[in-house]
Design a protein around this ligand. Structure first.
Ligand code: ADP
Ligand code: MG
Length: 318
């Protein structure tokens, strides 16, 4: 599409992005060189950034409204893992030739929908063009009461390992989105395109968790991240991981149950939370226990107590 078919750069920012500031004075109407954020006494600012590339993190020709919402959601998952309340974001976008004015408007509508749904205000950004691939990145800001952020490094020996919900939705969602797996009710593709960040657990995490990470690399790997950051060993029982009906149906059709479960636990993009909590605090979180932390290092994976190779998603003592 030629530049003549769409507004000039200044107008594009005004029309696409200014409404997304939702009147926040910090954004200075996207007319200044930068945003100016006053400090908030008694709170810490939690900051996270994720980038997504067409053909790598989302399917080629994905609807740009979905790309926008997925971008916010994968970043929101990081805020959720820290117990933070969403506040604002900065956006970088490299438009490609397929991004005409209607596509840009669809992208902005996606940002508007999830910005409003999750309480996020656009504070600034940068806009460039590229022959491809389409690349988008967001830096999200969230608030936590001073000192209350839930870190990866807070687990203690004797803590239980918990997970907030179904594992494997990311791995199976990708297969379904690529048309390689049936998805009768559409739940797998929906998860792949629009994951649900677990912001609902914020208060419980701050109160009861000793450590937390979101499951973006895979359950085994991300549980391992908690263990390593906390200088502990972790044990995971694959027989205890929660599964969706779709994952259960897929699992029932697989020959090797240990391999299949390890596949689900290594796939990533689940956007659930892995949590460490002391045994007396774990019940208050109301999510399944799938393992425990011990003195030492490394990851051990079992299936109902029988050792299983953790696979490449796992890190083992050399
Ligand atoms: P500069 O050239 O001074 O870096 P720009 O022309 O890139 O400024 O941006 C002007 C204003 O528009 C800034 O406030 C910037 O934050 C905002 N802006 C530009 N692109 C975006 C975007 N994709 N999303 C949100 N704000 C943007
Ligand atoms: Mg400037």
């Amino acid at each position: 599409m030629s530049g003549a078919d769409r507004p000039g750069e200044f107008d594009q920012i005004a029309r696409l992005f200014r409404p997304l500031t939702r009147g926040a004075p910090e954004a200075l109407n996207l007319l200044d060189d930068a945003a100016v954020i006053p400090s908030r006494p008694g709170f810490d600012l939690v900051v996270t950034k994720d980038a997504m590339v067409e053909g790598v993190h989302f399917l080629p020709d994905e609807d740009l409204g979905v790309v926008a919402r997925r971008l916010l959601r994968v970043n929101l998952s990081d805020l959720a893992a820290k117990g933070a309340e969403p506040y604002g974001y900065f956006l970088a976008i490299a438009w490609t030739p397929r991004c005409g004015w209607p596509e840009r408007e669809a992208f902005a509508r996606g940002l508007a929908a999830d910005g409003a749904a999750f309480g996020l205000t656009l504070l600034g950004g940068d806009t460039v063009s590229t022959p491809g691939p389409l690349t988008v990145s967001a830096t999200l800001l969230g608030w936590v009461p001073q000192g209350a952020a839930v870190l990866r490094s807070g687990a203690r020996a004797g803590d239980l390992l918990l997970v907030s919900g179904p594992i494997g939705q990311g791995a199976l969602g990708l297969l379904a989105a690529e048309g390689r797996l049936p998805d009768p009710n559409g739940s797998l593709v929906r998860h792949f395109r629009l994951p649900e960040p677990r912001l609902d657990l914020r208060d419980a995490l701050r109160r009861h968790a000793s450590a937390c990470a979101d499951v973006s690399d895979g359950l085994i790997a991300d549980a391992g991240h908690l263990a390593r950051a906390s200088n502990l060993a972790v044990e995971i029982d694959l027989a205890r991981i929660p599964l969706s009906d779709a994952a259960r149906a897929w699992l029932a059709a697989q020959a090797g149950q240990a391999d299949a479960l390890r596949y689900l636990a290594s796939g990533g993009d689940d956007y659930q939370l892995v949590i460490a909590a002391a045994p007396d605090a774990a019940a208050s979180l109301g999510v399944p226990v799938i393992g425990r932390f011990m003195p030492g290092e490394g990851i051990s994976v079992t299936l109902g107590g029988i050792p299983v190779d953790p696979g490449p998603g796992g890190w083992r003592h050399p």
